[in-house]
Design a protein. Sequence first.
Lengths: 301, 354, 261
Amino acid sequence: MPVELAFAIEVLIAGLLSGVMYSLVALGFVLIFKASGVFNFAQGAMVLFAALTFVRILEMGVNFWLAIAIALAVMILLAVIIERVMLRPLVAQPVIILFMATIGLNYFLEGLAQGIWDSQVHGLDIGIPDVPWMSILESTNILISLFDVWTAVICGVLVLFLAFFFQKGRIGRALRAVADDNQAAMSVGIPLQLIWAIVWAAAGMVALVAGAIWGQRLGVQFSISLVALKALPVLILGGFNSIAGAIIGGLIIGASEKLAEVYLGPIIGGGIESWAAYFIAMLFLIVRPQGLFGEKIIERV
Amino acid sequence: MLYRETGQFKTSYKKDMAIFPIRQDRWALIATLIFVVVGVPLLATEHVIAGYLIPLLIWAIAAIGLNILTGYTGQLSLGHGAFMAVGAYSAYNLAARVPEIPIILVFLLAGLIAAIFGVLVGSPSLRIKGFYLAVATLAAQFFVEWVFATFPWFVGGAASMVIDTPKMTIFGYQITTTLDNYYLVLGFVVVGTLYAKNLVRSEIGRAWMAIRDMDVAAEVIGIRPLYTKLSAFAVSSFYGGVAGALYAFCYVKSVDFTAFDLFVSLKVLFMIIIGGMGSILGCFLGAAFIVVLPIILNEIAHLFAGQIPSAMLSNIEHMIFGGLIIFFLIVEPHGLARLWMTAKEKLRLWPFPH
Amino acid sequence: MATEHQSETLLKVDAISLSFGGVHALVDVSFDIQKGEIFSIIGPNGAGKSSMLNVINGVYQPTQGTITYKGEVRQGMRPHEAAVQGIARTFQNVALFKGMNTIDNLMTGRNLKMKSNLLMQGFYWGPAQNEEIVHRQAVENIIDFLEIQSIRKTPVGRLPYGLQKRVELGRALAAEPTLLLLDEPMAGMNLEEKENTCRFILDVNEELGTTIVLIEHDMSVVMDISDRVIVLDYGRKISEGAPDTVRNDQKVIDAYLGVAH
């Protein structure tokens, strides 16, 4: 295979694999958006909080799986507290108020995470080696990191699990009812509070996985809270309320971002990954304002 | 007793439609003006003026801008920092490259350039709404940060990407002292506030609020949605641009892209939420809150100095800040300005509330 | 039938169809509205009455058919262009600007007529100020006409439903429309409020010569004040004519009145 082509495929695959990661983070946003109409700005702080909790427990010498379980329990507890203290009193407020509250929560969690633990950089090894996939490299000349493949598999499984969990069955039906009209859902006896706590807990779980994977790459530190912002273009592309959109959107953004960075970046000055994905998403938005899978809303008057 | 309208009859619509129709309000305003022009320089130390009052006033201008877009027109923006940055860099380049332009004009032109940029950012607003638009403004924020962090041309080629602002002269008078800077900023604040107050009570202000409250009905009554939204973007980013220019020239005295990052956008958003969306007075209250809160937290921190490490203090500061925001939203989602209004309404009827 | 002497067609609806996805809200509906008449659209819930109004003032674009207004065929007209052309309306669910007071809500109805630019408005100078005052005068006349003086400066969100409907009517009147579309202006009102609203509608029609299209569920009101009536059922026109003609139309009785009474 020619080197250029191999390289292009390499970039594309790396992009798609990191796209799975975006899908996962985007799913955290989508679940909360579906359940409460709120864009959760604190998702990034939750990633930081989860990752720090996990890494510090690991550093205490706790067994890997136990540490994950404890961190998960902490995130669920956090979700319950958020629902009780913050969401419940704001239930009848306009969404912009709830959105602002999540920004406040963002600050609070950043302070809390670094206050309880610390603001050092912590190395994290989740046991997946960051080495090339040798058999592929030898046979096709394409370099793919095994780490990327494994994380994509983990995220993929989690994404499918969450998508299934929230699409089918009782919880899924309740979630869709709440997404449609939370007052009406409440009046037919769907426990809004419980649904909110569940989706926030799911978002916490997503944050933990994202934090652990990114933590190995970048070290667990403040800057991984910014990772969540990278998932926002995925939301634009896929629609804020579409689970399928989050999955496909993540793949598209991941791939096109990598391609743009490698082929366009050098031409216009480098470092474009901070906004290239947004730009792609915006172009798309002009053509299809409701996103890939969002429903076209007919305004009734 | 003091705050009552009894006996103040408005005999023409002109009087009823005056900017401050209640006599006591006018007196309070005049007293405040006298105080900030004469009293502050006499009473406040240079440290207070340079460190707190000047930024407070500048933040108030920025907040008025964002409030016009978000509070009055209902278009959520996370990119106000970008508009401020465009204003600051425009002002620097105008002042440094064409020194003949009078500095006041430089600030106004910087505002205009920011306004043009704002219209560009706002142009998809006809088709995209709500959080989609918010993320679009976020895109503008990151793009602007990247541009000013990447191309040294904007800072006259300085490799550090940071540059001091040039000296300012007005009609041959050099702006040097803290007080000079204070009066310059104050001038912009007074004119800018009156201008904004007039806009929001005129035809365009009603159009903005109509779009905010119910855009379909607004269009049916004959309000052009695109023009109205874009005019809000333009005016909003004009204020943002002027605020950014003043921030660079009169407060930090340098142009630096890190001064206008996403967290600046969020900070201004906080000001209008805490102060009150859709209230000009609220912009000042919110700015004051955001400027004063860290000072208070700092003072409290001093009490524990030595006992708690400073990293911990900054974390606690974050937590208190975030916690207060949530607390505020729960207790009074309409902001300080609403509390003030309620107090005034009670006062009007006092001591006979029924 | 329509008033026979020197009737002049203001609005001609020709073979309009409207569908959302697979749902047919309107199917091949045609009718004319004469200048100066009170024209009512009735029909059971979901018959497509509100959709019809939405098509007339450009909120929805029809899937098929044409609308001719003041002798001109309109193509893809947006709501604000319809407003420029003198079409005003009220909504089935009150669509007031909740954050504003009564005066400001009514003043938005005058926005189209105001010409000052941003710069003049910001400084509130000369022409801008005079313009505000002239239009305030006009709005005050409407406030007097609708007898809502006491709620001038009340934020409309705090008003009871009936008053909100009246303010909404005021906002539409403030635009001095040629054609006024009223979507259930009396829904949820008590008898006295209904009588008042009827009186306002008749006054507007007689004194200002405004043509009125009315959607209303209260049959006695419709039969009393309408010049002509059409009946929609499942998006199709099933009857048209003077109130008496419609009242005795067997199809109408089957589809609608028979169920209601």
